[in-house]
Structure formats: C-alpha cells, structure tokens
Design a binder for this molecule. Structure first.
Ligand code: FAD
Length: 406
C-alpha cells in the first residue's frame, strides 16, 4: 500500500493528516507542500505578524510533531500534474508519487489586479508576503491605500491604523464586507472603522496609477479623487489553486467540486479547505475561505478515506459556517449563513463595554448570529441556529444571558 497523498501543506492538509492518524490509520501519509519550511497558520499574518516585528512564522507543526505522527512532509515541491488513471502525481522535482487516496488541499491564491502591477502593490497570503508588508509598514505615518473592503482588506486597514498610518479603503462594491452577511452588518462594521479614522471610497474603482517608486503611487479613482499612497495593498479575494489539475476533469470554474462527503467525482480523490466547492446543502455547492471550514472538511475527508477502505458508509459534512476577524481591539464573529435580505436584530447592545450581539432572522427563524467581543454568547447560539429556532423563542431563552456578565 502507498497510502494517502495530501497535496497542499496549509491548515487543511495538516488537519487531514492528524485526523487520519487519530482515526487509527497506519498506512503511509505524505504531504507535498509548495512552500519552503514547516506548515504555518495564516490568520496571524494580517494581525499580530504585521503589528509586531518580534512575531515569528506561526508554525502549525514542528518536524518532531510530524515525525511523531508518522507523516512525511516533502517541502518546496509543486505538484505539476495529476494522472488519475495511474493514481500518480508528478512534482516539479522530477519525482512522481503514487497514491491509494489523494487529498487536494492546495488552497487559494490572491486575485490579482493587473492594472496596479506597475505600482508593485502588496498582496497578503504567505509568510513572505507578510514580512514584505510588515517592512513597508514600519515607517509609521504614511498613507496606506487598501483596495478591497472584504475581511482581509479591513483587517489590514485596522492593523495599518494601529501602526499610525492614514488609511483609505477603496472598493467597487457600495458597502464593506460585500460578500458576507447583509447591509446591516456592513453598516455596523464600517461605522467601527470610521470611528478609528479609516476613510472609505465605496462604489469606486481605480482608474489609473502613476507609480512613484518604492511601492508608492498616485491613484486616480473613478469618483474623480486622487490618492497619494505610500503603500498599496490589494485584497480583492482569492482564487482556488487548481492549475496543476488541468486535464483531470476535477477542477471547474471555481474550485474542485465535491459531494457532502468531500469526495470528487473520482472516489479515490477528495478536496478540502479553500480549494473545495463542497455540497453544503442538497444540490448547493459553495467554496468557503474560512479557517474552521478547512478543519471541518479535512476531518470529513479523513473519515471517508478510511470508510472507503473499511467498506463503511461515508460520513457527511455537517457544518455551521463560522468566520472570525480581529479588527482594532475587538473580535468580530459570524456564525451561520446570513444573506443580504436577513434582518439583524439587536440582542445585546452594550456599547459602553464595547460588546454587541445581533441575531439574523429569516422569516422569523434564526439563521445566524454576529457578535462583537462576545465569543461565549456566539457559541451559545449554535444549537438554536442549527435547529433554525424561532427568533422569538431565542429571544425569550436569551442564551447569551446565561454566560454571566463581565
Ligand atoms: P492554504 O492555507 O492556502 O494552503 C494551501 C497550501 O497549498 C499553500 O501553502 C500553497 O503553497 C500550497 N500549494 C498550492 N498549490 C500547490 C501545488 N501545486 N503543489 C504543492 N502545494 C501547493 N480565516 C478565518 O476564518 N479567520 C481569519 O481571521 C482569517 N484570517 C486570514 C488572514 C490571512 C492573511 C489569510 C491569507 C487568510 C485568512 N483566513 C482567515 C483564511 C484561512 O487562513 C484560510 O481559509 C485557510 O488558510 C485555508 O487553508 P487551506 O489549507 O485550504 O489553504
């Protein structure tokens, strides 16, 4: 037996290897990772790692821990091509690795904005990207222009403000967090940023760019304004890393489609994490770029690799989408799937101590919750969201009250 081959090396790959071992798999497990060095975690890269020069690469597993798990890590190797019929993957090192089961965990890469190429903008995905941006943000009191008002763009904006920069965020969408939650959430989050001095140009695109050297540039915006930026950061989303799957018939227009068991159309091949378009409810495939989804899908794939070998029925992904974001001195958390038409009802509005909680209601049922500095309360709403409880019942039960006041 040649065991499981996991292509990736991020959180999804590492969690999958751990889960295989935890479930008693004794067959070989190999991770092929494009980046050099040990697997590391990405969330700190837009937060602590930018704020504090003393913060080192947030390693997920030491080589001793990988050895103890019996996981072979092949670093600095790109998978180039998948040969499904022969169950083999070619690497750029010239090696060709066979597998019994393959896990696609190659994540995603930043969506580029070619218009800005001459200005040498920053993108933030890897540890090297973070070091480069950290250096650029060192001399405080510059002007940072962030293109993209999604979660990552807002985190970079908050961090840049905390470091003492002027910050302008530009987005073509009319509101912040355009792909997350609805307008109600956008308003609350934008107000928070404005309180901290972040400026916004929304519903606006970059028209032209005059580079000024050293990463600085003057940008002309579609609303007629010009911005002189010392640092330009582009955070306009990510695209799945599927180039190496060309010709395999597994990668579609937006990632690798799987069923709820994280299986692709090839029953020996699974896809997890940012790269996977998983069937999250019957007939609905969605790609989530959330840290917890990477772990959840990794666990399901690991279970199902063993289920196939043991001739057991597959387990299905049962997840409540969850994303958090650290901005300024607070923690924003969104649990559940909140659509643009859902109502956000205030449950806690404790502005004095900087905490609030909103219940997302769809036709009277609880579909999600958004919290600011209320982690225990958010967690306590989990069962009610999963059950789609009536919001009136949830308000009466007030699960957030049972956490005790600070
Ligand atoms: P990745 O982390 O992208 O890992 C995939 C790995 O595969 C990469 O190392 C890549 O080099 C490698 N690879 C790609 N192609 C190949 C190939 N052909 N051969 C070999 N290896 C290859 N989520 C949250 O929920 N909360 C947060 O606060 C948060 N903050 C974030 C901050 C930053 C700066 C970033 C970039 C992301 C953040 N995320 C956050 C998202 C979260 O980190 C991702 O959802 C998660 O990293 C996805 O894990 P993954 O293993 O699927 O993919």
């Amino acid at each position: 037996t040649v065991g499981t081959l996991i292509v990736g090396g991020g959180i999804a790959a590492v969690r999958c290897a751990e889960r295989l071992r935890r479930a008693g798999d004794t067959d070989p497990v190999t991770i092929v990772a494009a980046e050099d060095g040990l697997p590391y975690d990405r969330p700190p890269l837009s937060k602590q790692a930018l704020l504090d020069s003393a913060v080192d690469r947030p390693v997920l597993k030491s080589s001793e821990a990988l050895d103890a798990l019996g996981v072979r890590l092949l670093q600095a190797r790109h998978a180039l091509r998948l040969h499904r019929a022969e169950r083999r993957v070619d690497l750029d090192s010239g090696e060709s690795l066979s597998y019994d089961d393959l896990v696609i965990a190659t994540g995603s890469v930043p969506r580029r904005l070619p218009l800005l190429d001459d200005a040498a903008p920053h993108y933030l995905r890897t540890w090297d990207d973070a070091l480069r941006l950290r250096n650029a943000l060192r001399p405080a009191s510059g002007h940072v222009l962030v293109v993209g008002a999604g979660v990552l763009g807002l985190e970079i904006a908050a961090t840049s403000r905390a470091l003492g920069h002027e910050v302008t965020v530009v987005d073509a969408a009319p509101r912040v967090l355009p792909r997350l939650g609805g307008p109600g959430l956008s308003e609350i989050v934008m107000a928070l940023h404005e309180q901290h001095g972040v400026r916004f140009a929304l519903g606006v695109t970059v028209g032209s760019v005059i580079p000024a050297g050293d990463g600085a540039a003057t940008l002309a915006l579609s609303d007629g304004t010009r911005v002189d930026a010392d640092v330009v950061v582009v955070a306009i989303g990510a695209v799945p890393a599927t180039g190496w799957l060309h010709g395999s018939e597994l990668a579609g227009h937006d990632g690798v489609e799987t069923d709820a068991a994280c299986r692709t159309r090839d029953d020996r091949i699974f896809a997890i994490g940012d790269v996977a378009r998983v069937e999250r409810s019957p007939g609905v495939h969605e790609r989530l770029e959330h840290w917890t989804s990477a772990g959840d899908t990794a666990a399901v794939a690991a279970r199902n690799i063993l289920a196939r070998r043991r001739d057991e029925p597959p387990v299905q992904l049962e997840e409540l989408p969850y994303v958090w974001s650290d901005q300024f001195d607070g923690k924003l958390q969104i649990l559940g799937t909140i659509g643009p038409d859902d109502d956000l009802l205030p449950a806690v509005d404790d502005t004095e101590s900087g905490r609030w909680l909103r219940l997302a209601s769809r036709e009277g049922n609880l579909v999600g919750v958004v919290g600011w500095n209320m982690p225990a309360a958010v967690n306590r709403c989990r069962t009610a969201i999963a059950a789609r409880a009536a919001v009136t019942d949830v308000v009466t039960a007030a699960p957030w009250e049972r956490m005790g006041r600070p």
